[in-house]
Design a protein around this ligand. Structure first.
Ligand code: NAP
Length: 250
C-alpha cells in the first residue's frame, strides 16, 4: 500500500500497458482515474474512474483536468501512457499520419503535463511511457521513433523546470505483449519467425508483460523513489544490452 492517500490519472487505460498500470496503482492504494476515446470498458473495476477523453485534443484534456479536480481535488501521479503506432517510413507518411501520431504521442503528453501540473500543488510524480524505439530507430516506424524521442526529451525538461515539487521520469519498454505488439508482428512477412527471432534476442528469455511496466511505474510513483527524476528507465528484458556487432561470431 505504498500509494495510499495518493491520486492518479493514467491515460489510455482501456487495455494493454495502461490497464496493467491502472490496476497496479489501485492495488497499491491509490485512487485512480483513467481515460480513453470511447465508452467505459465493461470489465474495469468499479472503483476506477473512467472519462472519455482524447489526449490529442486541447479542449478534451482541459475538460479531463476539470474532472480530475472535481473528483480528487488535486493529483499526485500522472502516467502518460496513451499512444499509437503507425508502421511507415518517412517517405510513406502523410500529413494525416503526422497529425494522428504526433497528436497523440507528442502533443498528448505535452497537453496532459501542462494541464495536470497545476493540480499537483502538493507535489507529484509524472511517468511518461517512452520506448526503446526513441533511442534507436526501429525500421519502418519513423514518426513513432521520433515521437518517443520527444517524450524522453520533454521528460528531462519537466524534471529540470518543475523540480523539486514534481518528479518526472520516463519508462522505455521493449517488446511488451499487447495489442500494439501483436499488430507489429502481424505486419512481418513471416510473423512466427519474426517473433521467434525477437524472442531469441532477449537475455531475460521472454517478452515483457504489462505487469512488468506497472511494477516500475508503481515504484516511480511512490515516495521511496524521491531521488529519481529526469531519467529514462529502459525495461526491455535485456534486448538493447547486446552489441548489434558480430552476432554469433564468438
Ligand atoms: N507494447 C509494446 O511493446 C510497447 C513498447 C514500447 C512502448 N509502448 C508504449 O506503451 C504505451 C501503451 O502501449 P500498448 O502496447 O498498451 O498499446 P495498446 O494496447 O494499443 O493501448 C493503447 C491505449 O492508448 C489509448 N489511446 C490511443 N490514442 C488515444 C488518444 N488520442 N486519447 C486517449 N487514449 C488514447 C487507447 O485507448 P482508446 O482506444 O480507448 O482510446 C489504448 O487504451 C504506448 O505509449 C506505446 O507507445 C508499447
Amino acid at each position: 500500500m505504498r500509494l495510499k492517500g495518493k491520486t492518479a490519472l493514467v491515460t489510455g487505460g482501456r487495455q494493454g500497458i495502461g490497464r496493467a498500470i491502472v490496476e497496479r496503482l489501485a492495488d497499491e492504494g491509490a485512487r485512480v482515474m483513467t481515460c480513453g476515446r470511447a465508452y467505459r470498458p465493461s470489465d474495469l473495476p468499479k472503483e476506477i474512474g473512467w472519462q472519455v477523453a482524447d489526449v490529442s485534443d486541447g479542449a478534451s484534456v482541459r475538460k479531463l483536468a476539470g474532472q480530475v479536480r472535481a473528483t480528487f481535488g488535486g493529483l499526485s501521479i500522472l502516467v502518460n501512457n496513451a499512444g499509437v503506432q503507425i508502421e511507415k517510413t518517412l517517405a510513406e507518411t502523410t500529413d494525416a499520419d503526422w497529425d494522428r501520431l504526433m497528436g497523440t504521442n507528442a502533443k498528448g503528453v505535452f497537453l496532459c503535463c501542462r494541464e495536470m501540473i497545476p493540480l499537483m500543488e502538493r507535489g507529484g510524480s509524472i511517468i511518461n511511457i517512452g520506448s526503446v524505439s526513441g533511442n534507436t530507430a526501429d525500421p519502418g516506424l519513423a514518426l513513432y521513433n521520433a515521437s518517443k524521442a520527444f517524450v524522453h526529451g520533454l521528460t528531462r525538461s519537466i524534471a529540470v523546470d518543475h523540480g523539486p515539487a514534481i518528479r518526472c521520469n520516463a519508462i522505455l519498454p521493449g517488446w511488451i505483449m499487447t495489442g500494439m505488439a501483436d499488430a507489429a508482428f502481424a505486419l512481418a512477412s513471416d510473423p512466427d519467425r519474426a517473433k521467434a527471432d525477437a524472442l531469441s534476442r532477449h537475455p531475460a528469455g521472454r517478452f515483457g508483460q504489462g505487469s512488468d511496466i506497472a511494477a516500475l511505474a508503481a515504484w516511480l510513483a511512490c515516495d521511496e523513489a524521491g531521488f529519481a527524476t529526469g531519467q529514462c528507465y529502459t525495461l526491455d528484458g535485456g534486448l538493447t544490452a547486446a552489441s548489434p556487432l558480430n552476432p554469433g561470431l564468438f
